[in-house]
Structure formats: structure tokens, C-alpha cells
Write a protein that binds this ligand. Sequence first.
Ligand code: UDP
Ligand code: MG
Length: 329
Amino acid sequence: MSAMQTSTLLRPADPLISVVLPAYNESAVLRELQQRISAVLQGCGQRFEIVFVNDGSTDGSYEILDSLAAEHSEVRVLHFSRNFGHQAAVQAGLAYAAGDAVIIMDSDLQDDPAAITAFLDQWQQGQDVVYAVRHGRKENAVKRFLFYAFYRVLNAISNTPIPMDAGNFGLLDRAVVNELIRISDRDRYFPGLRSWVGYRQIGVPVERLRRHDDQPRVSMKGLFRLAKTAIFSFSTVPLSAFYVLALLSLASCIAVSGFTLYHKLFTGLAIPGWTSLTIVASFFGALNAFGIGILGEYTVRIYDQVRARPPYLVARAVNFARPSQTGNV
Ligand code: UDP
Ligand code: MG
């Protein structure tokens, strides 16, 4: 490897690693979690901090986390004022983490702390985003099928390629974290945004473990809402479907009009009023679909403008006097 290349890939000499842990009513495992993560990071000889985000827990997590923080100077805790949801907790954790690399993982022991070593290896080799690709899911068959279908539908229609079977678990370089915390999307689908930012990304297969108590804190309703966010934030296919619908309605309008006019004019088999009614009904059906499609186009543009994602991100600028800047400054 040339000196030039090395200098861009080299990580800080003694990097700080942050581990961000959104937690909602996980008091039963917080201590074990802290111990296991510390053991892995101490084993790698890293400087680290553990950032717990207590998302309005009501099960005594508050006190446990405070005492963990009192016992261990590397443990930091953000207590939310109430439950704001998993994605909000991730966002807060990213905003408060100080690390040169930030690892995000669930607090229910489903994400195996042992995978951190592999993430750090990839990061040291120059990857900016390392995400766990789940295999061996332990959920029930219905949920497994829904996840399977969701990832495939999303992948087929999304404007940004989003890796399949990858959740939040993974590592982000500081540069990526800085971009992610600037994105102002209100409804956030983290794996989608993470892939949207670009940089050097790699997936690492990690076995998804069983939840400590088999009672997911994210409800099915919450998962559906997240799936909806993922689809509507990263795809305009549902909208384009209206144009296809409009074309189909127009085609059927022409066919039906031709058919009824033929009978009206040449065979006399038409019931009075039928011809005009059919033509008018099918014509307005097509017009409505076109109208919705056009309104949708304006809505998407307003949506895009309002959330103001930067039009581009510069990872590195070469031979410029000024340091590289991102698109929306
Ligand atoms: N979580 C959270 N706020 C919530 C729901 C969940 O911070 O409102 C945390 C939860 O404690 C866990 C992670 O988010 O650490 C993932 O939640 P869960 O295990 O329910 O999701 P699943 O693994 O089923 O996707
Ligand atoms: Mg879980």
C-alpha cells in the first residue's frame, strides 16, 4: 500500500470507541451487558465509553444505570424524559457519543458483544461503516417471514440500495456519525440513512441471539410504523404506481368507450344512458388517478425540500486549500 493511501485509511493512534445502547425496560440485563461489552473492549486494549440511552424505562433501569455510572467512569447515561422510541434513542446516542468510532447495539443481548472485535478489525482496515448481517434469527416463523418480505420489498423499490437483513447493530466512523447527526429527517429509519450516507461500507455476518426475556419492547405496531417510514422515506414507487394506474384506466376508458359507442351507433344494442355513463365514469377514473399522481409529485418535492437532506456529501477533498465541506453549507 502506498503512503498516500495509508494516510487516508489510518485511524487515530489511540482511538476512543463509543458503544451506544438504547434501552427500554431492560433492567434485568444491564449489568451483564456492561460487563460483557467492557470485557470485549478491554480484551482489544481499547479506550472506550459505554453510552446508555434510557428511553423512559419504568422498571428500575434508572437507578441501575446511575449506579453503573457511579461505579465505572466510562459508563455514561442519557435518561429520556419519557419513552420516545428506539430510533430516537439511537439518534440521541449518536449525538452524545464522543468516540472516533461508534458502535450501536441493542440492550437485550440479541446483539452479540463478541462481534465488536470483527467490527473494529474492519474499521482499522479502512471501512467507515460496518454493519451486522443477521443470520439465525430467533423470532417466530410469522415474524421471520415478515422481516424476510420487508427487506426484499424495500430493496426492490428503494431509491438507495439498502442492505438486506441488516439492523442497527454495527460500527460507524466519526465522519459518518457527524453526517448522520446533521440529517434532520423527523421519521428515521436508521439502516436506510446509514446506507444513504455512503462512504466505505461492509457487512459482517453475525448470529442474531435470542432475546433475554422473549418480550420485544418494540411492538408489532411499532415495527409496521418503521416499515412504513422505511418505504416512504426511501422510495417513490408507491407514487409512480398512480401513473401506471392512470395509464391503465385511460386504456380501459378508450376500450370501453369504443365498445359502447360501436353499439350505440351501429348495432343499437345500447341501453339509453349507458354509453354516456360508461364513458364519463371511466374518463373521470383515469383523470383522478392522473391528478393524484401529479399532486404526489409536488408533495414529494415539498417533502424533499422540507427535510433538506444535503444534495451530496464529500468524504475527502484533495489539493484544496480549505478542508472538505458537505453540500448544504
Ligand atoms: N428500545 C428502546 N425504546 C423503545 C423500544 C425499544 O430504546 O421504545 C430498545 C430496547 O430496549 C432494545 C432495542 O431498542 O435495546 C431493540 O428493541 P427490541 O428488542 O424490542 O427490538 P427487536 O430486537 O425486536 O427488533
Ligand atoms: Mg431485540
